[in-house]
Ligand binder design. Structure first.
Ligand code: SF4
Ligand code: SF4
Ligand code: SF4
Length: 249
């Protein structure tokens, strides 16, 4: 068993806007590219262009249809480690390889002491851990710890690779422990939420829900469009239902 550090106020994490994510996978591929040569290097990658590709991906984007008929829409859902405040993935680790940093809350794995027992992946309700069969160790999102403090990079580059790559600005990085940070303000103004909060892991990453959709079926000459309020709640409910089903593996 590994103990957690005393909580500090700094909580680095991501805020992902589900309203504007277009599911382009740029975040997933840039994550894979950076981490293949970075902190978690190398990341296994087998048969990438074949019929049955496999490997370690620290950030995955899922897309699915919600609603029915004219109310249907596609929701894209990026998923990676939430850098939880109460992460059982850390406390179950028998070697201390899985740990949470006191200074900024980032959850990491030390590849030198990981024995590949997979207890942490069973403990994570978000399916955020990736066992690398080639290396025999567990890997996960490091919040690009080797970018955000990297003074060999220009200051504008000291953000996670996924945030830098996102073409729509759907991903934001910052200190969610600081109520005055841009990420905290966006969560407050958009009723952002953590995934599966009932589990008690206190995920630091937050999602901004899809906005109610405007009805595109506007007759010629009509000034105002009609709001479809059900889409908002429906999206959130489906997201949780999906998470329950797919992530409880
Ligand atoms: S999302 Fe999973 S791997 Fe990440 S800190 Fe939370 S429990 Fe651990
Ligand atoms: S797989 Fe590695 S990090 Fe995970 S619990 Fe086992 S030793 Fe710890
Ligand atoms: S890069 Fe941005 S828009 Fe594309 S899938 Fe990732 S979060 Fe969504």
């Amino acid at each position: 068993m590994t103990s957690l550090p005393a909580p500090t106020s700094k909580k680095l994490g991501l805020v992902i806007d589900l309203d504007i994510c277009v599911g382009c996978q740029a975040c997933a591929t840039s994550c894979k590219e950076w981490n293949t040569g970075g902190y978690s290097a190398p990341l296994s990658d087998h048969d990438p262009y074949g019929a049955d590709p496999s490997g370690a991906w620290l950030n995955r984007v899922h897309s699915y249809e919600i609603g029915e008929g004219e109310d249907s829409r596609t929701l894209h859902f990026p998923r990676a480690c939430m850098h939880c405040e109460e992460p059982d993935c850390v406390t179950v680790c028998p070697t201390g390889a899985s740990y949470k940093r006191q200074e900024d809350g980032i959850v990491l794995v030390n590849p030198d002491t990981c024995i590949g027992c997979k207890l942490c992946s069973w403990a994570c309700p978000y399916g955020a851990r990736e066992y690398d069969h080639d290396d025999g160790v567990m890997k996960k999102c490091s919040l690009c710890v080797d970018r955000i403090y990297n003074d060999t990079l220009a200051e504008s580059e000291r953000i996670p690779a996924c945030v830098r790559a996102c073409p729509t600005g759907a991903r934001a990085f910052g200190d969610l422990g600081d109520a005055d940070s841009d990420v905290s303000k966006s969560v407050a103004s958009r009723d952002g939420y953590g995934l599966l909060e009932d589990f008690g892991y206190k995920p630091v990453n937050k999602y901004l829900p899809p906005r109610p959709r405007r009805n595109s079926n506007i007759e010629a000459g009509t000034q105002a469009s009609e709001t479809i309020p059900a889409a908002d709640n429906s999206a959130t409910e489906k997201l949780f239902a999906w998470a329950d089903r797919v992530l409880s593996r």
